[in-house]
Design a protein around this ligand. Structure first.
Ligand code: NAD
Length: 489
């Protein structure tokens, strides 16, 4: 099997150490690829290439419409190679191929969106207090960007970073998760094919502790955009302080899904299930904290258990599969210990709580959809992001209590409210401390709406116009057309 290479300064290169890493299919643990295993020295080569490409100035000063053309071309190539990319994502992550195809559509839309909006805000003229002068605000790229992505949505998360960084004239070094690099390698082939100049976009493969740490520490990097867990985010913040890098952090979530008794019952049940189980719960915005009005609690849990028990787990390539495996043996062990902690804390396990026993699933990292009732807000299982197919159910009797439970978290990424009382929905939304709140929906996002977290769920926003702002510096230019000498004495 040929070792897949990294993309540095417009060339496909091996790791300087000569090392490589096997990539595993989480469905059956077969080796699906071998990729270069870069380290600090490879990261430095890529940062140097990005620095030189930025400092040369041609990319940053290229008309934005020309950069938009390149970004639009990348979208076209993604659409052309959609099936190849979707298959690769399913092979690498275990998610269903139906989900992977949806991801690829979303990814192409992100590139198209940023190609469209980048030239719509060229700055502004502002009133000057001095006669015969011009005062204007212009946008410039930040510089060299380090971009670090997680394993759950490898190419989707990469697209949220690549498209706005490129269209605004930055140069970049991307490091995907070492577990799931395959679609990111493929998109760099498309970036190359689209004609993005050498050195502008660089790809280094390898571990967070080596490549990721170098990107966060290196003083030639001006901005870090990171998506991943809180603990890694804290380390990156500390490292980034060395040269006061700009920071964008998309961290975890422990998202409340609040269901009032007056909600449309069947839709709320279906969506409560979909809010968690479609990528085996490995979703930063999964609605893992279900908060149900006490008068419908039993009926709601019974209906949910019935639906959840029928979820078809299996091979992501089987179009009937609704839920694939978890990402790795290590992550499976984490989810198992998280469920054990729920049991020992006194939460009541009503379905799941174990691996499936079917012989055909024994080589994969499968875990059954799991529901705990009788949960209270002080339990670790309610507070910690398990990142697996697990729902905890809490109950409330008043609107105030529902809001209190929803907000009782260090996280603030997303949440949902289900009710047919629109005034009540708006009152709740106004008090819910999260970056996204859905009313009578869950987990919906699109390129032109900003995405990001309150509280410890992160800093900054991706997607939308704010996602573009992360990659732009704002400069005020004051031009005096009739300068006068200053009389000091
Ligand atoms: P992780 O924090 O373990 O790793 C994320 C990335 O950081 C990987 O590329 C990893 O190699 C790298 N990394 C690890 N240590 C590093 C270090 N010291 N310095 C620099 N980089 C380092 O997260 P994960 O397990 O890959 O992903 C799951 C997490 O991502 C969950 O917490 C999830 O909620 C979060 N996530 C958040 C969003 C969002 O939009 N807010 C989206 C997807 C995932």
């Amino acid at each position: 099997m040929e070792t897949k290479r990294m993309y540095i300064n417009g060339s496909w290169v091996k790791a300087t150490s000569g090392k490589s890493r096997d990539i595993i299919n989480p469905f059956n643990q077969e080796v699906i690829a071998t990729v270069a295993e870069g380290d600090e020295s490879d990261a430095i080569l890529a940062i140097d290439a990005a620095r030189t490409a930025f400092d040369r100035g041609e990319w940053a000063s290229m008309p934005v419409t020309d950069r938009s053309t390149l970004v639009r071309r990348i979208a076209e190539l993604i659409e052309r190679d959609k099936e190849v990319l979707a298959n690769l994502e399913t092979l690498d992550t275990g998610k269903t191929v139906i989900e992977s195809r949806d991801d690829m559509d979303d990814i192409a839309s992100v590139f198209r969106y940023y190609a469209e909006v980048a030239d719509k805000d060229g700055g502004e003229l502002i009133d000057s207090p001095i006669p015969n002068s011009i005062s204007k605000v212009v946008h410039e790229p930040v510089g060299v960007c380090g971009q670090i992505t997680p394993w759950n949505y490898p190419l989707l998360q990469a697209s949220w970073k690549l498209a706005p960084a490129l269209v605004t004239g930055n140069t970049l070094v991307m490091k995907p998760s070492e577990i799931t690099p395959l679609t990111t390698i493929k998109i760099f082939e498309l970036i190359d094919e689209a004609g993005v100049p050498a050195g502008v976009a660089n790809l280094v493969l390898g571990a967070g502790s080596t490549v990721g740490a170098e990107l966060s520490n290196n003083e030639d990097v001006d901005l870090i955009s990171f998506t991943g867990g809180i603990e890694t985010g804290k380390k990156i913040m500390q490292a980034a302080s060395r040269n006061v890098k700009k920071l964008a952090l998309e961290l975890g979530g422990k998202n409340p899904n609040v269901v009032f008794a007056d909600a449309t019952f069947d839709t709320a049940v279906d969506q409560a299930m979909n809010a968690v189980f479609f990528h085996a719960g490995q979703i930063c915005s999964a609605g893992t904290r279900l908060i149900v009005e006490d008068t419908i609690h039993h009926k709601f849990v019974d209906a949910l258990v019935e639906r959840v028990s029928n979820i078809k787990i299996g091979n992501g390539f089987d179009e009937n599969t609704q839920m694939g495996p978890l990402i790795s043996a290590e992550h499976l062990a984490k989810v198992e210990s998280y469920v054990e902690s729920g049991k020992s804390e006194g939460a009541k396990l009503v379905v799941g709580g174990r691996r499936p026993t079917n012989p055909e699933f024994q080589n994969g990292f499968f875990y059954l959809p799991t529901i705990f009732t009788d949960c209270t807000t002080d339990m670790d299982i309610v507070q910690e992001e398990g990142f697996g197919p697990v729902i905890t159910v809490e109950t409330f009797s008043t609107e105030e209590e529902a809001i209190m439970l929803a907000n009782d978290s260090i996280y603030g990424l997303a949440g949902g409210v289900w009710t047919n009382d629109l005034a009540k929905a708006e009152r709740c939304v106004a008090k819910m401390r999260m970056g996204t709140v859905w009313i009578n929906d869950f987990n919906l996002y699109f390129p032109h709406a900003p995405w990001g977290g309150f509280k410890q769920s992160g800093i900054g926003r991706e997607l939308g116009k704010l996602g573009l702002e992360e990659y732009r510096e704002t400069k005020h230019v004051f031009h005096n057309l009739k300068p006068k000498p200053i009389n000091w004495f």
